[in-house]
Structures are given as structure tokens and as C-alpha cells.
Design a protein around this ligand. Sequence first.
Ligand code: SF4
Ligand code: SF4
Length: 464
Amino acid sequence: MLSIFRKSPLGDRALRQFPGAGTFAHGVHPPQRKEMSADAPIEIVPTPGKVILPLQQHIGGPCTPLVKARQKVTFGEMVGKGEVHVSASLHAPVAGIVQKEAMATLANGRHMPAIVIKADGEQLAGQELWDKLYGGLWPQKSYQTLAPEKISAEIHNAGIVGLGGAAFPTHVKITPSEQKPIQALIVNGCECEPYLTTDYRLMVEAPEAIVAGARLAARAVGAKKAYIGIENNKLEAAAALRRAAAGAGVRIAVLKTKYPQGSEKHLIKAVLNREVPLGGLPSDIGVAMTNVATVTSVARRVMRGIPLTHRVVSVTGGGIVEPKNLLVPIGIPMGRLIEYCGGLKKTAARIIAGGPMMGFAFTNPDIPVTKGTSGITVLDHEEIRKVEQSVCVRCGQCVDVCPMNLVPTRLAMASRCKDLNLARKYNIMACFECGCCAYSCPAGLPLVQNIRTGKALLAAEGRN
Ligand code: SF4
Ligand code: SF4
């Protein structure tokens, strides 16, 4: 077992290399349970028989299909175009033949038209695939004069979105702006969700690609300073990045381990000691934020011309036979990854797309991996928190832990009563559904589900 969970003087020394205090107020300390998959090197999953590509797997508008049934496509070919600014194009992760358009179900229960590609012909696979996407050398010299607009346009063309889970189109954030000049770029390597080790393995196994991508992203936004933020339960990753970043002008900020350290507002506070105003964006205070996996996609596109076709996914938890970290094509059915990891144990009780704090429980094995899928967590009966649901006892714990300084119990009540004016008054849209309140509630109240419903009702009324 790697010693990624022990604290070490490296963390304390690193804390002095950036202006923030290395942490934020409130939040929670759920059991990490990352040891199940932390030592499992990334394995390359064989090419599946088909991939299912929902037309909207990102925040923003859906993309328009560019292909028809029975059409042949090659690896990396654009098959769907994101035509509005906040959207992302889709590219074929396998060579193959387009099937007739189908409906796909997403992990959050939404149904969506999808392009289905049956794999056919020679495929980029195995070690060759790894080498193209993450391996080899990432020489920076010839890219140091690249125009920022060119980098941003390449990010747009490559369909890159935030791979940490948010799936927000990256070109919208990583773009030069005269109105809101950016001074600092922060690359998020916190991976604060319990269980997941996707970003951790990438930082250990592909640190050069991360540093190359961070430099390109910093150049694109005109940031003079670039930081990679990592929690101090991932010291091996911090050491690998520090070696890769030597002389590259990218600082490694080792932060205290606390959930949700990877939330952008809290990461900015921890690294830069700056606060994003309520309802504002990081760009309002001159900061751009992206994720370690996302910047590898930036480097790959700009330096190797390859769009976003694959991602790394952790399949982990006490209910899976053999937890692993897997390099997979976007669109592979999640059930296939569970099978690849030996299947479910008899004790498996809940399957979650993502981690246990912010993920969505699902049962349908045909749900495809999308660009935002960072993991599949299978919890067994022992791992599920068993609290009998009762009434609010006004203990105030949800308020104490909320990292946004909200009053979750009131938000949930306003949502349950469909009192949308009250929900807005309590700043419901500032809730980013981190789950700290529900995790801490001794009454077992479904606070996040209630708040999600309130936000959905506001969105439906166009009042968000
Ligand atoms: S109210 Fe929202 S932001 Fe606050 S703890 Fe609950 S889920 Fe997190
Ligand atoms: S933590 Fe639960 S019981 Fe305590 S005040 Fe909040 S909603 Fe009520």
C-alpha cells in the first residue's frame, strides 16, 4: 500500500509556497476509503463492441449530429457539433459504423438522443492508445509562442469539458478576456470525493502531460501564475508533479484534506486566500480554474491533435470484486466496466455514478460513461449510512458544515413547501449540492434531494 494517506512534512513545507491557508471554513471529513483502488495502476480496457454517445453530456446546449446511420467513422472524427458557445462537440472514440439514432439514459435519470457507433475495423488500443493519450514526452518549447486564441479554439474543437465531474465546456473558461483579465490559473487535483482515485492515478502516472496542459491553459488565459492544488492525502502525486514541474513555472500547492476542498470557490480560498462573491464566478476575481484530467486533454489536443475520446474512471467500493482504475472510451456501458472488475459482490447494495457524496445511484447497466463520469462506486451494506429518517431536531449541524454558509434545513423546507420566493431569499442557487448537510444530519433528512427539487422548480419557472 502506498503511503498516500499519512501526513508528512512535505505538506507543511508546501503550504508556505502559496498565499492561502491551505484550507477553508466548514466542510466535513468523511472516511476516505481511497485505499481500495489507490494502488491499482490504470488499465486499458479492450475496445467495446459499441459506444453510446448522448448528444448532451455537458453543461450547455446539445450538439447536432454530423453523421447518419450506416456511415463509417474513424477514430477521433467529429460526429456531433456543439453549435452554441456553451456546448461541446463529440468525437468517435472508436472506428466503426454509425447505428440508427437511439435514446440513452444518463446516470441522473435524464433521457437523451444518442449516436451509437458499432466498433468495426482496426482500433487504437492497448499500450499504443496509452502512449498516444498520456505517454511519451511533452516538450514545451515550441508551444511557448502559440497564440492564446489558437489554444482556446483547439480546446473548443476538441470537445473538452471539465472532467472532474462538472462537464462545463472548457473553452468557455480557458479563453483570453480583456474585460476580465486572469492573473492566476488553478488546476484542481484535489479529488476530494471519497473512494475515487482517477485523478490521483493520473497525477502519479502522467504528471508530464498535466504540467504541459497546465502551461498551455495558463498561456491561453494569460495567467502569470499557475498552481496545481492537491490534498495532503496524495503526497506521492504531489512529489511526481513537483518533479515534472521543475523549472516549468507551475507551483504545487499541497492542501489540507477536507471535503469539498475540490469545489472551485473553496479551492481558490485555500490556494489564494481570495473569495468569489456570492453569485459570482472565479473570473470576477481574476482566477481561472480547471482540473488535472482536463488539462491532459488540452495538452493532447494542442500538442498531438487528438480530441477528447477517452477518460480514466475508478471502479471501486466494498461491493465490487476487484477495484480498478480504467482508461475507457467515452460511451462504453458502465455495466461492462463492472464486469471487467470481476462483477458485483453478493454484499453489493448500491451502485453510484461518481462518488458517494455527489454521485447518482443507478441500476441500468447500459448507462454509458460520459465525459463527466469520474467513477463508479459500488457500496456494500456496511458502507451505507443507516440513519432512520425522523424529523428535524434543530441541532444546527447542517448549518455548521455548509461550506457556502447557507441554512440547508430552511432551503429544504422551502423546497418541500414549493415556496420558491423563500428558497430564493435563502440563496438556494448558491448551493452546489456537495452533500455535507445531508451527511451530517442526525435525522437522516434528504436535504440535498429537497434542495435539488427546489432548484429544478426554479429553473422550470425560468427564475434561477
Ligand atoms: S446546502 Fe448545499 S452547499 Fe450547503 S452543505 Fe448542503 S448541499 Fe452543500
Ligand atoms: S442537521 Fe438535520 S436535524 Fe439538524 S438542523 Fe439540520 S436538518 Fe435539522
